[in-house]
Structure formats: structure tokens, C-alpha cells
Write a protein that binds this ligand. Structure first.
Ligand SMILES: Cc1cc2nc3c(=O)[nH]c(=O)nc-3n(C[C@H](O)[C@H](O)[C@H](O)COP(=O)(O)OP(=O)(O)OC[C@H]3O[C@@H](n4cnc5c(N)ncnc54)[C@H](O)[C@@H]3O)c2cc1C
Length: 485
């Protein structure tokens, strides 16, 4: 007997999103958070289209749009503002995932929205509960916890997700190391809220490659704006967060008459990834298992990818449609993906130093915005075949006036050009997949006409088939990965 299906430790954005997605799939979930209030200072500021798609699937896109603003472009510039390399992101374009590639937000607003949505979905979110030791046996995990009043209590779940942040006590308890990718820089992060329009501010995210000091600018949601200033040798936290010093640094862009200072904080930007993502029934997610320099705006995004990956697997197991062995693919899929992103972000940070002449030239501009370096894809796990679309997010065109995802359901989907191809899906897939007829010509041209695409519940392409026979083979191979017995 357990209290709930899943105990989540940590009520930050990753823990709450995990709880929300589990509850929407009708798993019972309790989220335990030691703080009594949402952390009221912004850290994450941008979100990519894959993560907006998660909100869309959760029925939260309208609410998300109210608290986000599209980012119009991103560039590396000289101290004089001349573009070295960059990418424009026009809002009127039809983007592959059917959503704007990057939007900005104010993290405390996003977290409030997530918590409200999670509670509405039935998540038992408990604040002021500090989790201590976790123990597990063959069937369950139990955590000991302390309330604000000092009482001790225990919470038992079939599984435990530790989304307990960068210093994750659960990761430490499990003795899981963080593998350092060799990036460690001190930066001052400054957030302001404009009190009047300042038309001279950049419209794009900028990495300002200034030999005197690398600087980042991010146009935030509505009137929020962010600057990040690299600390120079000898500069300390205390001197840098002094408001007079902060306004002096901001002086090329604005003065205190233009904006209110929300906060100034010094961070060490790290690039670390856990050596493994859990043990037995305990899984790490979010900053607990990877921390990235923020140059690609991917820390929270990577954490939500963890949530989504775990949630559909736990759901299938709970419903008896998959074996526990499926959970081994969490590490296989998420570790290399997260490590690839962290490495990319670290190289983007190094590139700023190279372009400002503070470091010798490196591998060229591939890690820049608009550079040639591809985003990581899934390379292992619940995938079958070698088609280049496999392991990537399925594009989301509008089909019959509706976004494609609305036709795909919650589980696997088999998109066929013609229903006759779907004779290849055996009865064993009943309950696991929705078969949908969609003209494959509406999807990108690399997908086979007359064939089929097997899409995972997280919208990654699992397999491509050119005909009914190949679909039969692919579906049997995938089924063997999901259900070993
Ligand atoms: C300057 C900066 C800029 C960033 N920009 C971006 C960006 O643009 N885009 C992006 O995607 N990411 C960005 N990030 C990263 C992003 O902020 C983090 O990845 C994200 O907040 C991590 O969420 P989390 O839920 O994993 O961890 P956290 O937000 O740290 O939440 C962990 C929670 O666990 C709780 N907890 C810990 N221990 C216990 C315990 N024992 N018992 C109970 N509760 C516990 C904590 O109180 C906390 O609430 C940025 C980060 C920084 C610092």
C-alpha cells in the first residue's frame, strides 16, 4: 500500500510540471516543497517551442500566451552593436512545431500559473515540508519529512521523482556524482522592469562580445529586461550587487528614471550532468541532475523534458501497458540529450570570449545563435530505424484547421497516409496507440508518402515506415522495447 502513485520532492517548476502531467494522466501525486512561497526572483527567462508544446498538450497554451512574449531574434554583436552572427525569428512565420521558437516570461509568474494548474488537475501540493531521507524496497519508496511545526511524517509512493534543485539532497543521498564539463564562470544577473518605453533598447537577445566585459541582454516578457555581466578578475559578489554599481553598469542602456531594479545577484554558471538519473524507484529530474550555463536558455526546458519523458512511461506502467523495464530508457534517452545541450551551451559561452578576443579562436561560429550546430536529438531508447526524422520532434502543421497534436491523443500515435497501411499494427498495440489518417504531404517532405510515422507520447518520432510491412516490423520492435514480457 502506498499513499500515492508518485511522490515528487521539490515544488520548483520541474517538480510542479511533473505533478501536473502525472495528475492529468490520472496518477495520484503528492508534491512536497520545503518553502512556503514561490521563489520570487526570476532565473529562467526564455522557453523554446518544444516546451510550449508541452503546455499546449496540457491544455495550458492560452494561459501561457498571456504570460509570455515572443523573442524576435538572437545575435552575437560587437560592443558597437554590429551583428557578427544571429537569427531573426519573425512572429508571422509558420514555425515547424506550430509555435514561436522562443518566448520570454517572468519565472515567478510562470511558477504561479503552473501551481494553480497543478492544483486544478488534482495535485496534492504540500508546502513547508522538508524532505529528509528516502528509502525504497521492491514495491515502494518512502520519504521521511519534517513540517514547519517540527513534526515528522512519512510519505510513500510507488515511485519518487526528486526535482529538488541543484543541490539535490536526494541525489547526494544516492551517491550520484555530477560530471563536470569544465565550465565555471561568475556572472552578475540584473533584472529590471521598465517604467517607460526605452526605444533604444535592443529588440533581440544579444551576446555582446566586448573585450572589456562579456555581457548578455534579454528582452523579457512585456516590460521586463535582463542583463548579465561577466565578473572580471578580483570582482566580488558584494561589490557587484551594490545598486550604485548596478546602475553604473546599466548606464549605456538606461538610468534609474527608466526602470525599477528587481534584483541583482551573482551566479556561478556551471556545466554539469549527473552520472546517472536515479536508482530503482527513484528518478532525478531538472537541476537535480543537470545544470547548464544559461546562454541557450535551456535549463528549465531540459528539466521539463525530463518530466515529460518520465510521465508517459510511469503512466503506461501504471495502466499495465508497459513493463518496469521501460524506465531504464529514462537514463538512456535523457542523459545524452541533456549532456549534449549542456555542452552546446558551454561552447556558446566560450564563443562569446572567442569573439571578443579574450580567448583564442575555437571551432568557428557553429555554437552561435543561427550557427550550424544542431540541437541534440534522441539517439537511444524507444526508437526504431535510421530515418533522419527519428528521435526528433514531429512537426506540428495545421491539419483541417486544427493543430496536428489535437488529433494524436495522449499515447503513441500512428500517422498513416492511408488507413490501409495500418493493417500492420497488431492487436497488441490496442490501447497503446491512436491510429490517425493525416495526409503525410502536410508533414515535411522527408517523411515517406504512402507510409506511416509512429509518434511517441512526447511527440518524438519513434519510427518511420514506407509501407504496411515496414509498419508491422517497426511496431513489433517498439512493442518489444515497451513490453519485454
Ligand atoms: C541566471 C539564470 C538564467 C536562467 N535562464 C534560463 C532560461 O532562460 N531558460 C531556462 O529554461 N532555464 C534557465 N535557467 C535555469 C532554470 O532557472 C532552472 O533550470 C530551473 O529553475 C530549475 O528548476 P527545478 O524545478 O529543477 O529546480 P528549482 O527551481 O531549484 O526547484 C527545486 C525545489 O526543490 C525544493 N527542495 C529542495 N530540497 C528540498 C527538500 N529536501 N524538501 C523539499 N523541497 C526541497 C526547493 O525549495 C526548490 O523549490 C536559468 C538559471 C539561471 C540561474
Amino acid at each position: 500500500m502506498t499513499d500515492v502513485d508518485v511522490v515528487v520532492v521539490g515544488g520548483g517548476p520541474v517538480g510542479v510540471m511533473t505533478g501536473l502531467l502525472l495528475a492529468q494522466r490520472r496518477l495520484s501525486v503528492r508534491v512536497l516543497e520545503r518553502a512556503t512561497e514561490i521563489y520570487d526572483l526570476p532565473r529562467a527567462i526564455v522557453m523554446d517551442d518544444e516546451i510550449q508544446r508541452v503546455f499546449q498538450h496540457a491544455g495550458l497554451l492560452d494561459g501561457l500566451r498571456e504570460i509570455t512574449t515572443p523573442i524576435l531574434g538572437a545575435e552575437f554583436v560587437t560592443p558597437q552593436g554590429e551583428q557578427l552572427i544571429g537569427i531573426e525569428l519573425p512572429v508571422e512565420l509558420e514555425w515547424p512545431l506550430g509555435l514561436h521558437p522562443t518566448v520570454s516570461y517572468y519565472q515567478p509568474q510562470l511558477e504561479a500559473f503552473l501551481r494553480e494548474s497543478a492544483r486544478a488537475a488534482g495535485v496534492d501540493l504540500r508546502l513547508g515540508i522538508e524532505v529528509g531521507e528516502a528509502s525504497q524496497d521492491e514495491h515502494s519508496v518512502t520519504v521521511r519529512a519534517t513540517t514547519l511545526a517540527g513534526d515528522t511524517e512519512s510519505h510513500t509512493g510507488r515511485w519518487l521523482v526528486a526535482a529538488d534543485g541543484a543541490s539535490s539532497p536526494i541525489r547526494k543521498q544516492l551517491g550520484i556524482d555530477l560530471v563536470d564539463q569544465g565550465f565555471d564562470q561568475g556572472w552578475l544577473v540584473v533584472d529590471v522592469e521598465l517604467s517607460r518605453d526605452v526605444p533604444t533598447l535592443p529588440r533581440f537577445v544579444q551576446q555582446i562580445c566586448d573585450p572589456a566585459r562579456s555581457t548578455t541582454f534579454v528582452p523579457g516578457h512585456k516590460s521586463f529586461r535582463r542583463w548579465e555581466f561577466r565578473l572580471l578578475d578580483g570582482e566580488t559578489r558584494d561589490t557587484m550587487i551594490d545598486p550604485d554599481r548596478v546602475w553604473q553598469l546599466l548606464q549605456p542602456w538606461l538610468s534609474s528614471a527608466d526602470a525599477r531594479l528587481i534584483r541583482a545577484a551573482v551566479y556561478r554558471f556551471h556545466a554539469v550532468v549527473a552520472s546517472r538519473l536515479g536508482e530503482g524507484r527513484i528518478f532525478l529530474a531538472g537541476d537535480a541532475c543537470h545544470q547548464t550555463p544559461p546562454f541557450l536558455g535551456q535549463g528549465l526546458c531540459a528539466g521539463i523534458r525530463d518530466s515529460v519523458n518520465l510521465v508517459w512511461k510511469l503512466d503506461l506502467i501504471k495502466r499495465g501497458l508497459a513493463d518496469d523495464a521501460l524506465l531504464a530508457t529514462y537514463d538512456e534517452e535523457r542523459l545524452p540529450h541533456a549532456a549534449g545541450l549542456v555542452a552546446h551551451a558551454a561552447d556558446t559561452g566560450r564563443l562569446i570570449d572567442q569573439l571578443s578576443g579574450r580567448q583564442p579562436e575555437g571551432d568557428g561560429l557553429d555554437a552561435a545563435y543561427g550557427g550550424s550546430r544542431p540541437f541534440p536529438i534522441l539517439e537511444h531508447g524507444v526508437l526504431y530505424g535510421t530515418h533522419p526524422a527519428i528521435g526528433r520532434q514531429l512537426p506540428q502543421p495545421t491539419v483541417g484547421g486544427r493543430p496536428l497534436d489535437e488529433l494524436l491523443g495522449n499515447d503513441f500515435a500512428v500517422i498513416v497516409d492511408d488507413m490501409s497501411t495500418a493493417t500492420g499494427i497488431s492487436a497488441d498495440w490496442a490501447g497503446l496507440a491512436t491510429v490517425v489518417e493525416v495526409p503525410i504531404a502536410t508533414l515535411p517532405s522527408t517523411l515517406p508518402r504512402g507510409g506511416a510515422v509512429i509518434v511517441r507520447p512526447d511527440h518524438y518520432v519513434a519510427a518511420i515506415a514506407h509501407n504496411a510491412t515496414e509498419l508491422d516490423e517497426a511496431s513489433a520492435a517498439l512493442l518489444a522495447l515497451i513490453r519485454t514480457t
